[in-house]
Design a protein around this ligand. Structure first.
Ligand SMILES: [Zn+2]
Length: 479
């Protein structure tokens, strides 16, 4: 009995020792805890000001750890030499389909919004994208499509090609427009879109009336405005009177040669306490539909002006004769002419968020679809030293998130590298990041962005787009 007891005691002690050994092995080499770890990267998070080497632990699509000590994961991506930033948020992207998403994600974009033109049917817009896209997506209810519908515009594209732009609306029609806008808000539109440049038939009183619908719904009004500096002052005054938050899209092209005056007017409104923001894209040419109201006066142009216009479908520069033919046929046109100094002045402004205004179809479009964010990081941050990395990333991530978060609570978890945030991350090489798309070939993807993570899944992996479709609807609460 005694011998047996002693033996049993020794066996027990042996087991206890083995267990201790096992435990200490675990402590020095812990079992994988995270679905994905981004290790050794230079994490830049403009929301908190963090700029340092960290390890990021991701589980269930969320960031669960931002650590100075190494972490273990089922998969570990070594981000040594890469900057790890919040995924880029593009507030102005017309290309809301697979082809455009493939280009944008290679440029580091993880959430893409169509907030300028928007849609006339928010429920249907989201329904058409259900089931997972490459990137997260969202839309505005739009004054332009509402006006086209109510006035019976013949246009088949995004923009009015006739009465929806040039016609004036009577009281019954204004009420019908308001009803469409209110319905869009009830269906979860993240903002309200306007294009007074495309609707010359809409007086400022109509724009202000629709701004009041935006104000009542608590959404920002995103506008492609008309009329240069006077137009800007009228637009800011209308938003103030209506109590609406205002976002001036592509200040670089809307201001043209009056950029400094535009930025000063926006700053003055902000300093006076008004909620006014803006955005810019880093290219000297614009693009729009050739049948739009922007070209209604084309017959009065001098001959030289036509050559500034490049037809997207063929890449050819136009003449008076070919412009007339192209306008009759429809399609998109690139408009050259702004100086590099104008573009740079917009991009370096701390007021301007970075937004692409992109669109691409069948490989043809404006290079801003594919290269906007890499071009800012490569050309203006690295090569020219015109913008700091922190400031450029701030205007690509946390600023656009904040623009929407009052209306869209989901945005409080985006644009940040912090515990609890959505795991939407862009990893890029600051030494090589650069746009490659051109006016002749907009389908060339940006370089130097090897990994893009959305909801914890790699959608760009080793520089290639994967089969993952973690992109989800970003939508305001439906009432
Ligand atoms: Zn646009």
């Amino acid at each position: 009995m005694v011998i047996r007891g002693v033996l049993l005691g020794r066996v027990h002690a042996l087991f206890a020792g083995a267990a201790a050994l096992l435990f200490s092995a675990c402590a020095s080499q812990p079992a994988p805890t995270y679905d994905l770890v981004i290790a050794n990267g230079r994490v830049i998070d403009p929301a908190s000001g963090l700029d340092g080497v960290r390890h990021i632990g991701i589980r269930g699509g969320k960031i669960e750890a931002v650590s100075t000590a190494p972490l273990a994961g089922v998969r570990v991506i070594d981000a040594f030499r890469y900057i790890v930033a919040p995924g880029f948020i593009d507030l102005h992207e017309h290309g809301q389909q697979e082809e455009a998403y493939r280009m944008m994600v290679r440029d580091g974009v993880t959430s893409a919004f169509e907030l300028e033109v928007g849609t006339g049917d928010v429920a249907r817009w989201y329904q058409a994208r259900n089931g997972g896209q490459i990137v997260n997506y969202g839309v505005a209810i739009g004054h332009i499509p509402a006006r086209m519908k109510v006035l019976g515009d013949p246009g088949q594209g995004l923009l009015p090609a006739g009465i929806g732009g040039s016609g004036s609306a009577n009281e019954t029609q204004l009420v019908a427009m308001e009803a469409i806008l209110r319905q869009g808000l009830a269906q979860g539109a993240v903002a309200m879109g306007f294009g007074s440049a495309y609707t010359p038939g809409a007086p400022m009183s109509e724009i202000e009336r629709m701004f009041r619908v935006a104000a009542a719904g608590g959404v920002s009004a995103h506008i492609h405005m008309r009329g240069g500096l006077t137009g800007l002052q009228e637009t800011i005054a209308a938003a103030k009177s209506a109590g609406a938050s205002l976002h001036i899209v592509h200040v670089n092209s809307s201001a043209d040669t009056e950029l400094e005056e535009f930025l000063a007017a926006i700053k003055a409104a902000r300093d006076a306490g008004q909620d006014v923001t803006t955005e810019a894209y880093p290219y000297g040419a614009g693009m729009t539909e050739i049948q739009s109201a922007l070209f209604d006066d084309w017959k009065t142009w001098p001959d030289a002006r036509f050559a500034l216009h490049q037809l997207v479908s063929t890449g050819e520069r136009l003449t008076r004769a070919t412009f007339g033919k192209a306008r009759a046929a429809g399609g998109t046109v690139i408009i050259h002419g702004r100086s590099e100094a104008q573009t740079r002045a917009a991009i370096v402004s701390p007021l301007a968020m970075i937004a692409s205004d992109g669109f691409i179809e069948n490989g043809r479009g404006h290079p801003r679809t594919s290269g906007t964010f890499a071009r800012v990081l490569g050309k203006y941050v690295r090569d020219e030293g015109a913008v700091t990395m922190m400031d450029a990333l701030r205007r690509m991530t946390i600023e656009p998130a904040r623009r929407l978060e009052r209306r869209v609570p989901a945005m409080t978890a985006k644009g940040r590298v912090s515990v609890g945030a959505d795991a939407d991350l862009t990893l890029f090489d600051p030494a090589t990041v650069m746009d490659r798309a051109t006016y002749e070939d907009a389908s060339l993807a940006s370089a130097g962005i090897p990994y893009v993570i959305i909801g914890g899944q790699a959608v760009v992996d080793g520089g290639q787009v994967t089969a993952a479709r973690p992109g989800r609807a970003i939508r305001a609460p439906i009432r």
